[in-house]
Design a protein around this ligand. Structure first.
Ligand code: SAH
Length: 218
């Protein structure tokens, strides 16, 4: 998803350093205790939040938790920020940043859930390293996740899903849930499913939505 540059979004991001970290220097430690009312609450992060429908909905549903949305594009991050400010979603912090640096931004063993939703598929083999389920990214998720934390991934892209199953399995991860058609799964996971923008669009076209939950073995 490439969004057209929206000057208001850029401006909003710059005006709200208390709510969004804009391309933070990976060398500088982020004071998360200061950014959340109570940083001891369970923490979930979404990588590649897009316009933020998923993370803002989830944060409103779960005031007992903290959430961080990480998004590379300033315009998209600015759109999430607007929702956060308008709807006063205090348990959500945002980062306009590259997830490649995620292990430098967050303390080790601090995250309960990492969400990847409709990540860019990077179908060419020479771009494998950019896929958010490539082993170098798994290294980083493992570092920031608590020992009992887990990863949740949804996509409509069959190639990326198959690749991710193999990549996670080769890494030694264990699967807690796999569905090749979440929207017709008629199960508890679908009952509490929160849709993303992409999910809404692709499911409406009749594409099956693939979903997996997995955890690392220590
Ligand atoms: N999760 C949303 C958007 C999916 S599109 C949804 O399901 O609707 C994928 C998003 O991931 C894009 O907005 C893209 O800018 C972002 N993204 C891709 N690579 C990223 C990275 N390395 N770090 C942070 N965000 C990334």
């Amino acid at each position: 998803m490439r969004l057209r540059n929206k000057p208001w979004a850029q401006k909003l991001v710059v005006e709200h350093p208390e709510a969004i970290l804009n391309e933070p220097n990976p060398e500088e430690k982020i004071n998360w205790e200061e950014r959340f009312d109570d940083f001891s609450k369970p923490l979930a992060i979404e990588i590649g939040s897009g316009k933020g429908q998923f993370i803002t909905t989830l944060a409103k549903e779960h005031p007992e938790m903290n959430f961080i949305g990480v998004e590379l594009q300033t315009t998209a991050a600015g759109m999430i920020l607007r929702t956060k400010l308008e709807e006063k979603i205090d348990n959500l912090q945002l980062m306009c940043a590259d997830a490649a640096n995620i292990a430098m931004y967050l303390p080790e063993n601090s995250v309960d859930t990492v969400y990847l939703n409709f990540s860019d598929p990077w179908p060419k083999t020479r771009h494998e390293k950019r896929r958010l389920t490539y082993k170098s990214f798994l290294d980083k998720y493992k570092r920031i996740l608590k020992p009992d934390g887990h990863l949740e991934f949804k996509t409509d892209n069959q190639g990326l899903f198959e690749y991710s199953l193999v990549s996670l399995n080769n890494y030694g991860m264990k699967f807690d849930y796999v569905s090749l058609d979440l929207h017709n799964a008629n199960d508890e996971v679908f009952e509490r499913n929160v849709e993303t923008e992409y999910e809404h669009k692709f499911a409406a076209k009749g594409n099956p939505i693939y979903c997996l939950h997995a955890h690392f073995v220590q």
